[in-house]
Design a binder for this molecule. Sequence first.
Ligand SMILES: NC(=O)c1ccc[n+]([C@@H]2O[C@H](COP(=O)([O-])OP(=O)(O)OC[C@H]3O[C@@H](n4cnc5c(N)ncnc54)[C@H](OP(=O)(O)O)[C@@H]3O)[C@@H](O)[C@H]2O)c1
Length: 343
Amino acid sequence: MNRKPSFAIIGAGKVGSALGVLLKERGYLPVAVYSRTLSSARRLADQLQTRVVHHPAEAAGAAELVFITTTDREIGSTAALIARKGGCRPGQIIIHTSGALASDILAPVRQQGAWAVSVHPLQAFASLESAKENLPGSCFALEGDEQALDRVIELVNDLRGRYFVIKPEDKPLYHAAAVVASNYLVSLIHLSASIYQELGLDEEQAMDALFPLIQGTINNIARSGPAGALTGPVARGDGATLRGHMKALRKMDWRTREAYRSLGLYTVGVAMENGSLTPNEGAALSNIFLEVDNRDQKSNYSRLPAHETGRHPHSHVNRLRLSDGYVGRCFRYRRNPGGGLPR
Ligand SMILES: NC(=O)c1ccc[n+]([C@@H]2O[C@H](COP(=O)([O-])OP(=O)(O)OC[C@H]3O[C@@H](n4cnc5c(N)ncnc54)[C@H](OP(=O)(O)O)[C@@H]3O)[C@@H](O)[C@H]2O)c1
């Protein structure tokens, strides 16, 4: 059997710890751990039965595979520190696990002859235990120096993962999609449960009621794909029900209402894609979500500080033209010339 490479972890958080423990279990040799705080480094080094070092370059210098699993904003400076202190060499592979950043953030180590790659596990690491449970079978997005890819693919296979190779310029969009599937799914379920709490259920009762529905929907998506799994009033073209929802939601806070409105509009697109709605029916339903009546404006927007709405004081109701010819009403927000929201 091939000897598995040695590895170092720089950044002993959730991802670094999970990868470290799983790689050790798969026969990779841990040689050093460095982290910002000594206690984090010690905790992981104890689990891996390896040593704590006191500089990232010392950790990198000891290993064939180097994982920089710090927070995203620390990856570039850590790579620069490693390069400056001579912690990298030709043939060595330096890996970061950020979803949003490409391998070019590791340019300083690349300039010293090391191969640089980004290896993003498409999985949510809430804790070490859940990461160990969920990582096998997860997909990894790989990007970086081709010369290192075979080694990295072997690593993913050893973690019982799957992979695809992605272009560096596609990483922000790729990561945005992952945020929707994971973080926004959490927020969506939070939103649904909070409406039930408004009706008097506590969070546990709300989740108890909702969970079989969530599970059933996930099962339907797995069986039929997202467009094929769509049920409910949008797919049925039931405008009266949707109007009733919009009216009932008036007593909820503006974020809940806006989320319902935006997702309703998106769902109309899904229903047209799967053939449940014709373009005309879709346009009529869009109209329901886009309608902003006077009461709506008062209850949602006028009570909010301008910086929370992003609404320019002189914004006005404007007409929106959709690609299928539908003309509806919407607010036009003037762009802040300096970028960002007008204040
Ligand atoms: N969490 C996820 O679901 C997930 C999924 C896929 C990819 N990722 C990516 O994986 C990476 C790590 O994420 P995470 O969730 O594991 O973050 P995390 O739990 O916050 O861990 C980051 C660790 O980095 C350490 N650190 C911060 N600055 C450092 C520095 N300058 N030098 C050395 N160590 C430093 C911190 O150490 P101390 O504890 O010592 O302060 C912390 O333990 C990120 O790039 C993230 O985008 C995360």
